[in-house]
Design a protein around this ligand. Sequence first.
Ligand code: PMV
Length: 357
Amino acid sequence: MSVYQATASAPVNIAVIKYWGKRDTKLILPTNSSLSVTLDQDHLRSTTTSRADPAFTQDTLWLNGKIDEIKAGGRLETCIREMKRLRKEIIEDKDASAPKLSEYKVHIASYNNFPTAAGLASSASGFAALVSSLAQLYSLVPPVVSPSTLSLIARQGSGSACRSLYGGFVAWEQGVRPDGSDSLAIEVAPQAHWPEMHALICVVSDTKKGTSSTSGMQRTVETSTLLQHRIKEVVPARMAAITTAIQQRDFDTFARITMADSNSFHAVCLDTEPPIFYLNDVSRAIISVVVEYNRLSVERGEGYKAAYTYDAGPNAVIYALEKDIKEIIQLVLAYFPQTAGEFKDVLGVFGGSVQDV
Ligand code: PMV
């Protein structure tokens, strides 16, 4: 008897141009394009195993060992259904001898090796790993199906998940079509283009965040006037400028835009009614340290050396070049000793770990 099973893993990605706001909540179509770096290292990954079997009676998902309900019409169901549809269309309808896996129920087990829903983009790696494992199970892999096509499906699980289908520097183009068929991820540059780029994750808190990105975005879209300015006037120019900065490996420009966009995103959160606060005192203190560190560096004529960015939570991600990483880790740990209890951990990812530097 054949066993139909596949395992795939996907890393988290951290946006430097933030996605915040949906123009279509069902299809998860964004109000602006976004751009991220995929943190392609071992400590921040989701690993998912999928198995199709005619004996299974219903699609079932275990998240970190616990059953997670697959709600009718929900995002999990949408992703599983869309992957089965792709399997049928691309494989089974074209080859009568291909096993009819699209008709079997699936069992899926997914594990995150980091805290779930702590502002560390677990939904991004989670849905990307889910779609990747089903893609392998169903033989929907390149050159038959591109990561961009799979990103259309991962997007419907969690918007930011579409960007984790590629490594390196990835854009999610918002698209214009109402059916979402052009709202997908594209590779801006592979990791090997700029291997000196590192990311430090400063875990300020690993507890679950207060306002989910879904409800936060909805409130911002409904109430913030600043969001309109952001999506029309600010983001398009930044997308173009940061793409060029990445192509030219221009860290100074990359850092300025990254920090400006993080500030802009948290400003629209504050402009929401009622306001949303994702940053806490430690997050803001980290911003001050990075600002001062860059100011001294610019004064010496060395340009910007560190770029902070924050998602929907208090944890800082600091992008920096490899040559400066050691100094930055020392700086962060000197200002925020783990023993003070206000700071949990520093993880170095994307091209190296803290232990290596
Ligand atoms: O994909 P979601 O619903 O988890 O939203 C992600 C939103 C941010 O992380 C704040 C920004 C981004 O582009 O990843």
